[in-house]
Unconditional design. Structure first.
Length: 393
């Protein structure tokens, strides 16, 4: 039997990035002491008000269909929060609730890009971006974020990538996997490019609450960008609830109607009990969010400092997010070879970034998603492994 062309378009290069994660799971199931740092899955407890509100909604039997694009009160609170943070008008008419940031990005691309269109992304890219663009039938055009620039955008190269077929520029800050937090000037220049060429600006801001080096700047905050900017975010990282699959899209009001139609034939809305729990996250600023920010910043510093003792390796302390990028190019191994040998010998699983784009070749992403003592132990095991590598003839 034959399958559609879509099955090929969603099997991007990033799909192979998870092989080390799969092998780590097998080792753990076999009883080995594996420290798995491949996935950005927070290990901390979620805020208690969020959990209690969800449980209360379940006990009230709020298990039926909910409003397709999210409840009015919930969208009003998301909009008010975004307006406070950006200083630009945002109302419930700009907000659509979606199944996580990943689901939001998929929905957004389906609504703005199609066959024959090009979408510019800054690579390294998160593993699923290529498949999301491919699912829409569009073509991904990569502009490198090179290590020598601290993985910050080369604005001249970005401008040169624009063609008559370009439909959108897609950015992610704080950036996954590099940890770069784009400056206000960089965001403004990218926005100017979108205005100049009449392009959409898609902004993945899922790590917005985890910016360390400088404040996060949303593309929505720039004057005159609200009619062409699509912001996607979620509670997954900031509130440690990735399993909730709760995210949102902020965009022009006309986009909401298209998203309604798309969600109608996909998820038929977000569960009411999940929306009730999420409501607690927007009714007031929860102190747990600030604590998570502080914890990730401290973990990033601790692990980067520890890895400084690993010969022929260089940790890139992140400016934000929940990952440390490790450059192992001087070892002579590929990222996959290094990760596989590390897993086999030291039972530490970290993610090879080769599938994230050419600029990530020879780098590995280490998730800060383990308690401090386990993260420190992982750092010591990586150093020990690198020391043995350095002693080889």
């Amino acid at each position: 039997m034959q399958y559609s062309a879509l099955t090929e378009r969603v099997a991007g290069r990033g799909a192979g990035a998870w092989e080390i994660h799969r092998q780590a799971q097998l080792l753990r199931e076999a009883g080995h002491d594996v420290i798995a740092l491949t996935v950005g899955d927070p290990d901390q407890a979620p805020p208690e008000p969020l959990i209690e509100a969800t449980i209360a909604a379940l006990r009230e039997h709020r298990t039926g269909y909910a409003r397709m694009i999210g409840g009015d009160r919930l969208r009003e609170l998301i909009a008010a929060r975004h307006q406070r943070r950006t200083g630009q008008t945002c109302t419930a008419a700009n907000v659509t609730v979606v199944p996580g940031a990943q689901g939001g990005l998929f929905c957004a691309l389906q609504c703005i890009a199609g066959a024959g269109d090009e979408v510019i992304v800054l690579e390294p890219v998160y593993a699923t971006y290529e498949a999301v663009i491919g699912a829409a039938g569009a073509t991904m055009v990569m502009v490198p974020l090179v290590p020598d620039r601290g993985f910050h955008p080369d604005l001249a190269a970005l401008a040169a990538a624009v063609t008559p077929r370009t439909k959108a520029i897609w950015i992610n800050s704080p950036h996954n996997p590099t940890g770069a937090v784009f400056t206000a000037a960089e965001i403004a220049a990218i926005a100017g490019l979108c205005r100049q060429h009449d392009l959409w600006l898609v902004s993945d801001e899922v790590y917005e609450d985890l910016a360390f080096a400088r404040p996060h700047v949303s593309a929505w905050s720039l004057p005159g960008m609200q009619d062409r900017t699509i912001v996607v975010s979620s509670l997954s990282k900031s509130h440690a609830v990735p399993g909730f699959r709760f995210g949102w899209i902020i965009g022009p009001p006309a986009l909401q109607g298209h998203l309604f139609n798309l969600l109608l034939c996909m998820t038929y809305g977000s569960p009411g009990f999940i929306q009730a729990g999420a409501l607690a996250a927007f009714e007031r600023e929860l102190p747990e969010v600030a604590r998570l920010h502080a914890e990730y910043a401290a973990r990033a510093t601790m692990l980067s400092t520890r890895l400084a003792d690993a010969p022929n390796c260089r940790a890139n302390p992140p400016e934000g997010g929940m990952f440390v990028l490790l450059d192992i190019r001087p070892t002579g191994l590929s990222a996959y070879e290094f990760a596989l040998a590390l897993l086999e010998q030291e039972h530490v699983a970290i993610l090879p970034c080769d599938g994230f784009g050419p600029s990530a070749a020879g780098h590995l992403r280490i998730a800060l998603s383990a308690p401090d003592e386990r993260l420190a132990e992982a750092g010591d095991r990586i150093v020990r492994f690198a020391q043995r590598l350095a002693q080889r003839p």
